[in-house]
Design a protein around this ligand. Structure first.
Ligand code: CO
Ligand code: CO
Length: 370
């Protein structure tokens, strides 16, 4: 159950931003935004389930009857309007909209809302001006509270311990999927609610593809293996990457690893409140470029993380957003040599008063697995 005080505080904050951008109503769909503001989440489905936040006054849930108890159990939002499977939910939808958006002015809708629901809203409010809810939700969710950070620390330390356990295993002859399963099991045994995203284990030449998942390839001596994984605690995500080598690293692997490690550490050292997000990307990228691998660092340096694995702030060139205390994001530079191997090192860091504090504490030394 989300504490009533936290819910009220978050709703009040979003209502202030709605006032500032002249929005009469915010409409959320089952999403991380709904979870953040109300405490309730379920997988999106074809049944109409929305949370309405008016510019003033209390939020209202419009939900299928079968969800009523689940909402009461997880959310302090009192006003739940339910519809039964035998009802036509748009009748109730029109009634709620007439109450909360009488002027048919600015309406903010969840960015991930399915188009079938957005079309229903557009039909019900033909005069309204629709825009994405991210403009009020992203700034609100970027800075983590001490409570949120404590869940994220727990999720990160579970991931750290899973890496330490799994890196003691014998990798030779295992498939990538078997290593992924071992990581996931190690996280669940330590109290993770589930994985934050599909576990990525990329061996040998597969490691040169940043978003390769895990497959049936068997790990051989001399292979580089990238492990990128994370779990959830109280809905909050962790996300860590470590690159290991099976049995014996080549000179080239050691050299590339050293460059990525330096880039990751430089990025971390550049973090302070007030510094632009793009400066952090530049700190990592200039290291890799100077070493001659600039063309082989083919993604941004990092992404914000919280209730979602990828959220604001994004750490890339072109993002002039100034970092503030409590912002929490990944630092994950990499070098990818097609057909050969890739190296990536990723930690989650939070912006503290004087600089970065890492949520991950696993070693950055190149680990050799058997
Ligand atoms: Co990752
Ligand atoms: Co990441």
């Amino acid at each position: 159950m989300l504490a009533a005080g936290i819910c009220k505080h978050r709703v009040a904050k979003v209502q202030r931003s709605m006032k500032a951008c002249n929005s009469e109503l915010l409409v959320l769909f089952p999403s991380a935004n709904m979870l953040y503001l109300s405490g309730f989440y379920d997988e999106p489905s074809e049944r109409l389930l929305l949370l309405f936040v008016p510019q003033e006054g209390e939020p209202i849930f419009l939900a299928p009857a079968l969800y009523a108890d689940q909402i009461r159990q997880s959310s302090p939002v009192q006003d739940i309007r339910v519809w039964k499977d035998s009802d036509e939910p748009t009748v109730l939808l029109r009634r709620v909209l007439a109450e909360l958006a009488p002027n048919e002015a600015g309406v903010l809708v969840d960015d991930t809302m399915w188009s079938m629901f957005l079309l229903m809203l557009e039909t019900a409010l033909p005069q309204a001006d629709f825009s994405p809810a991210s403009q009020v939700m992203v700034p609100l969710r970027m800075q983590k509270s001490p409570d949120e950070l404590s869940h994220m620390r727990k999720a990160s330390s579970i991931a750290d311990e899973a890496f330490e356990e799994v890196s003691r295993m014998n990798f030779t002859g295992l498939t990538e999927l078997q290593v992924a399963a071992a990581l996931e099991q190690a996280m669940r045994q330590r109290g993770a609610e589930g994985v934050a995203f599909e576990t990525l284990v990329a061996s040998g030449p597969n490691s040169a593809m940043p978003h390769y998942r895990a497959g049936q390839r068997r790990i051989e001596p001399g292979d580089v293996v990238i492990l990128d994984f994370g779990c959830r605690v109280q809905g909050y995500c962790s996300d860590i990457t470590r690159t290991v080598v099976c049995q014996k690293p080549s000179k080239e692997i050691e050299a590339v690893y050293g460059i990525v490690r330096q880039a990751q550490e430089r990025a971390s050292q550049a973090i302070r409140p007030g510094v632009a997000a793009e400066e952090i990307d530049r700190a990592a990228r200039s290291c890799i470029t100077q070493a001659g691998y600039g063309e082989r660092f083919i993604h941004r340096t990092g992404h914000g993380i919280g209730l979602e694995v990828h959220e604001g702030p994004y750490i890339n060139e072109g993002n002039a957003l100034q970092l503030q205390q409590g912002m929490t994001f990944s630092l994950e530079p990499g070098i990818y040599l097609p057909g050969k191997f890739g190296v990536r090192i990723e930690d989650i860091v939070t912006v503290g008063e004087k600089g970065a504090a890492s949520l991950n504490h696993c070693t950055h030394e190149l680990q050799v697995v058997e």
